[in-house]
Design a protein around this ligand. Structure first.
Ligand code: MG
Ligand code: ZN
Length: 226
C-alpha cells in the first residue's frame, strides 16, 4: 500500500479497457439478437474436455444449426476437429492472451454464416480466472470441470462458479477411479451460486449427455418464443 502512485495510475487504465470491451460486447449482443442466435460461452481449464463435449453436442443436436468460435493461444487443432463435423467454425488465436475479449469475437464473427445459425458456442481459452471478466456479448456462461481436476475447485476459483448459468462436470467415466466427490462439489457450487444446475456427464460414454442437450434445447426454445 506504500506505492500509492503506481496503484492510482493503474486503476483508471483497467477501467478504460473494460469499458471499451463492454462497448464492443454490447455491439456483439445486438448482432446475435438480430440474427436470433443464442451464444454460449464455455469456460474451463485446459484439458477439461471442452472440445470433446462440443463434438458430442454437435452430433447429438444434428438437427440444430450450430456454429463454433474456438479460442486458443495458438494452433487450430480444435477448429480442425470441429470443422470435420461440418459445423461452421472459426479459430481465434489470441497470440498469448489467456482469454477471449469482445473485439476478438467481433472479428471472428465475420467468418461465420450468421443467417443460418441458431446457436454459437464460444470455446474460451483454457483458464479458470480471467475469461469471467471479459463480456463477449454471450447469452449464457457455462463452466466445465473435469473429474481429474478435483471437487475442490469452487474453493480456489469462486469467480467462475459465481458467474456461470450452468456447471458441467465432465469425464464422469473416471469417477470410479478418482476421489471426486460429486455431492461435495454440488454443495460448494450452490454455496456460491444457488441457482446454477450441475450436470454430470461423460462425452466419451454418453452418460448424462441428454441432461446437457435438454438444457441447451430449453435455452433455444426460450429464444424461439421471444
Ligand atoms: Mg479445446
Ligand atoms: Zn486472461
Amino acid at each position: 500500500m506504500s506505492q500509492d502512485r503506481s496503484s492510482s495510475s493503474k486503476v483508471p487504465i483497467v477501467q478504460t479497457l473494460l469499458t471499451a470491451n463492454e462497448e464492443v460486447a454490447a455491439d456483439n449482443r445486438l448482432v446475435f439478437q438480430g440474427h436470433g442466435i443464442k451464444v454460449v460461452n464455455i469456460m474451463a481449464s485446459p484439458g477439461a474436455g471442452k472440445t470433446t463435449l462440443l463434438l458430442a453436442t454437435i452430433q447429438a443436436l444434428a438437427d440444430r444449426k450450430i456454429g463454433v468460435i474456438e479460442g486458443d493461444v495458438a494452433s487450430q487443432v480444435d477448429a480442425d476437429l470441429i470443422a470435420a463435423t461440418g459445423a461452421p467454425v472459426v479459430q481465434i488465436n489470441t497470440g498469448g492472451a489467456c482469454h477471449l475479449d469482445a473485439p476478438m469475437i467481433r472479428h471472428g464473427l465475420k467468418a461465420l454464416p450468421l443467417d443460418g445459425l441458431e446457436m454459437i458456442f464460444v470455446e474460451n481459452v483454457g483458464n479458470l480466472i480471467c475469461p469471467v471478466s471479459f463480456d463477449l456479448g454471450q447469452d449464457l456462461n457455462v463452466g466445465l470441470i473435469s473429474v481429474p481436476e478435483g471437487h475442490d475447485k469452487p474453493y480456489k476459483y469462486p469467480g467462475i462458479f459465481e458467474a456461470v448459468d450452468l456447471v458441467v462436470v465432465t469425464k464422469s467415466d473416471l469417477l470410479p477411479y478418482l476421489d471426486f466427490e460429486v455431492d461435495t462439489f454440488r454443495e460448494l457450487v450452490h454455496g456460491l451460486n444457488p441457482d446454477a444446475p450441475v450436470i454430470v456427464l461423460s462425452a466419451k460414454t454418453g452418460e448424462g449427455l441428454t441432461d446437457w442437450t435438454t438444457w441447451l434445447a430449453a435455452q433455444l426454445g426460450t429464444s424461439a418464443q421471444a
